[in-house]
Ligand binder design. Structure first.
Ligand SMILES: C[S@@+](CC[C@H](N)C(=O)[O-])C[C@H]1O[C@@H](n2cnc3c(N)ncnc32)[C@H](O)[C@@H]1O
Length: 341
């Protein structure tokens, strides 16, 4: 979990969420907050920036650019001096000339995860900031699985992180000593993941030791097929697939069509000794029990003995400061020992 000064969900409701990301408080849209009432009206007045559509109203146009289809196109409107520093017009103009945020603000906007690694934040035109905080719970489990796996096998685990975005899961695995391959279809996103690793190295976090990593820009399905041909095995595979997306060369990813065949291929990559697969979902119809069932079927169809595989499956939620929980997707972990023919 994040410490409260690094990340906290302050309130949510009326289709929006109010969150602290390090020094900044942000107010942004959140479909999961529809049907809930805002509880702490005063807190919303302290937001440093608000994500709005270009007309300043609460209607959002769905992006047609699929590689960026993480949210809705809009703008970050600064509301305080601090907000101005990170989202102001001057900053944006300078930033577009020189993409290096450090030179502009004098310091990167980062949050630290439990003294394990650091993530840099950037407001995207789709309302994202480069971190999905609901994944934090998964990072703890990934860290523990990798740490225990390394001890059990007496060697570094080899982990593949697919649809890896800005690298939280990869960094959790690396921080636990696992040699990690991080893949995403979007070059900028992989560059940001790389930068997160570099900032983590520089951060002087006292507990930080990161294992080696490979950064790959590719289509997840094509890469997995190639790894099978190359007979490269992994001890753990993490995947957080979107409902719909594009590979690095425009390959179409459709969860409903492509997830089952991808899981079957992933089974061929598993080394067979201690292994794990972490499958998360944010798509209606792919809630926690469905994710677990898909993993169970994939293991049963691809291994002769799966009796030692355990499952940890849950609905993800972020607890707000007033105790309500914001539903934030689902996850199923399968882990243990498997045998092939
Ligand atoms: C839901 S995000 C992953 C979030 C990430 N797990 C995190 O917590 O930061 C989905 C990612 O999948 C990537 N993507 C979409 N289609 C892809 C494909 N065919 N191959 C590889 N990556 C793809 C997108 O670029 C995006 O970064």
């Amino acid at each position: 979990m994040f410490s409260k000064d690094q990340y906290s969900l302050i309130d949510f409701g009326n289709g929006r969420r109010l969150e602290r990301f390090g020094p900044l408080v942000l107010d942004r849209p959140c479909p999961g907050a529809n049907g809930f009432q805002i509880k702490n009206r005063q807190a919303w007045q302290k937001a440093d920036a608000r994500f709005e559509d270009r007309r300043g109203v609460n209607r959002f146009e769905v992006s047609k650019n699929v590689s960026n289809a993480l949210g809705f196109r809009g703008i970050w409107r600064p509301l305080t001096d601090r907000g101005e520093l990170y989202f102001g017009v001057e900053q944006k103009r300078e930033r577009s000339q020189d993409q290096d945020v450090d030179k502009v603000s004098g310091r990167p906007w980062t949050i630290s995860y439990n003294n394990k690694f650091v993530l840099e934040l950037k407001g995207s035109p789709f309302g994202h900031v480069g971190v999905f905080p609901e994944q934090a719970e998964n990072w703890d489990r990934i860290f523990d699985l990798c740490h225990n796996g390394c001890e059990r096998l007496q060697r570094p685990l080899r982990i593949l992180n697919l649809f890896g975005y800005t690298g939280g899961s990869a960094l959790a695995a690396m921080a636990a000593g696992a040699e990690t391959t991080h893949l995403d279809a979007t070059r900028n996103v992989v560059a940001q993941a790389k930068r997160n690793a570099a900032l983590s190295f520089q951060s002087g976090e006292k507990d930080l030791v990161l294992a080696p990593v490979r950064w790959i820009v590719d289509d997840a399905v094509k890469f997995v097929k190639r790894e099978i041909k190359r007979e490269r095995f992994y001890d753990g595979v993490i995947l957080d697939p979107p409902s719909y997306g594009h590979g690095a060369r425009g390959e179409v990813w459709r969860l409903s069509r492509d997830l089952k065949p991808l899981l079957d291929k992933i089974m061929k990559l598993l080394s067979g000794e201690f292994c794990f697969v972490a499958l998360s979902g944010h798509t209606p119809g792919y809630e926690a029990p469905v994710l677990e069932r898909m993993l169970r079927i994939a293991f049963q169809e691809n291994f002769t003995s799966t009796k030692d595989i355990k499952y940890h499956t849950k609905t993800l939620g972020i607890q707000s400061q007033n105790g309500s929980t914001l539903y934030s997707g689902d996850i199923s972990f399968a882990y243990g020992e498997v045998k092939r023919d």
